[in-house]
Design a protein around this ligand. Structure first.
Ligand code: NDP
Length: 281
């Protein structure tokens, strides 16, 4: 039976380590790390995500500043706030909850964040640094997956890794991180011919397609490690991933469940990035 990679336990370990680090910093330096969280509009899912991020900050001992801006906020107004936060030495990290309303260009907003405060790791400079192997913030979900693998004792170097999905926040940074860990990496996407043949080669298969239960055992090599990034509600309103867990788990060596796999790691790594942002300076 497959090893279940438990994101709840691993993310709790990471948060505990960060909590101690933050307490130590407070004791020795007497100052707090501070994350500014900006939400534009009141999309219910975004409100839940922002609430969870604030809770995680409180748990770890990071101060959070919440900016709840109206739906009709203009791009200029948002950029002005970001410039103020960039200049504020007491603010170490800036997070703009996506998606933004249509009148605001997300790329322009991400570009405006000082890369030293880019705790989401979405800035061009952060992505470029990852690409050429320099230090910088890394997108939280793929960074969390590397932690899941390492902390579960799964060797990455030399392994055949296939990432299904090439989004800027999951697939592409995931591929770069696996490459940095010395895996041999293939990225598959909607135009890939014979996906099953490609995924069937993977020792480690990371799935971020955004399609409920798409990956069945026909796509998976026996004994592979399967990481499921997807989050959906199935026909019975139960949470499920991009992988058909019940079908795939019996044939793989390790697998992440949904919920309780990759999901909890994203916030843990955001907290990790905030602590880094507060430590660098
Ligand atoms: P996107 O929709 O941005 O990207 C999906 C990718 O999958 C695209 O690259 C697309 O290819 C590819 N794809 C779609 N259909 C197929 C197919 N039939 N065969 C092969 N490839 C396909 O999604 P995200 O990367 O943002 O997210 C993926 C999933 O992960 C979603 O379910 C999302 O909810 C979840 N998620 C979970 C997070 C967490 O914290 N657990 C965080 C972020 C996302 P193409 O580029 O050719 O269109």
């Amino acid at each position: 039976m497959a090893q279940i990679i438990d994101g709840k336990i691993i993310s709790a370990q990471i948060k505990e380590e960060l909590k101690q680090k933050v307490a130590e910093r407070k004791r020795t330096q007497g100052t707090e790390i501070c994350l500014a969280v900006i939400q534009v509009g009141s999309d219910p899912a975004s409100t839940v995500y922002v609430g969870n991020k604030k809770k995680a900050c409180a748990y770890i001992g990071i101060a959070s500043l919440a900016y709840e801006l109206p739906e009709e906020t203009t791009q200029e107004e948002l950029l002005e706030l970001i410039h103020e936060l960039n200049d504020n030495d007491k603010v170490h990290g800036i997070l703009v909850q996506l998606p933004l309303p249509g009148q605001i260009n997300e790329n322009a907003v991400i570009r405006a964040i000082d890369p030293k405060k880019d705790v989401d790791g979405f800035h061009l400079q952060s992505v470029g640094a990852l690409c050429i192997g320099q230090s910088g913030f890394v997108s939280c979900t793929p960074a969390g997956i590397i932690q899941l693998l390492k902390r579960s004792g799964i060797e990455i170097a030399g392994k055949e890794c296939v990432v299904v999905g090439r989004s800027n926040i999951v697939g592409k940074p995931m591929a770069l991180l696996l490459l940095r860990e010395n895996a041999t990496v293939t990225v598959a996407h909607s135009k890939t011919k014979d996906l099953r043949e490609v995924t069937g080669r993977a020792d480690i298969l990371v799935v971020a397609v955004g399609r409920p239960k798409m990956i069945t055992r026909e796509y998976v090599k026996e004994g592979a490690v399967v990481i499921d990034v997807g989050i959906h509600r199935d026909e019975n309103n139960k949470l499920c991933g991009d992988v058909d867990y019940d079908d795939v788990a019996p044939i793989c060596s390790a697998i992440t469940p949904v919920p309780g796999g990759v999901g909890p790691m994203t916030i843990a790594m955001l907290m990790h990035n905030c602590v880094e942002a507060g430590t660098v300076r």
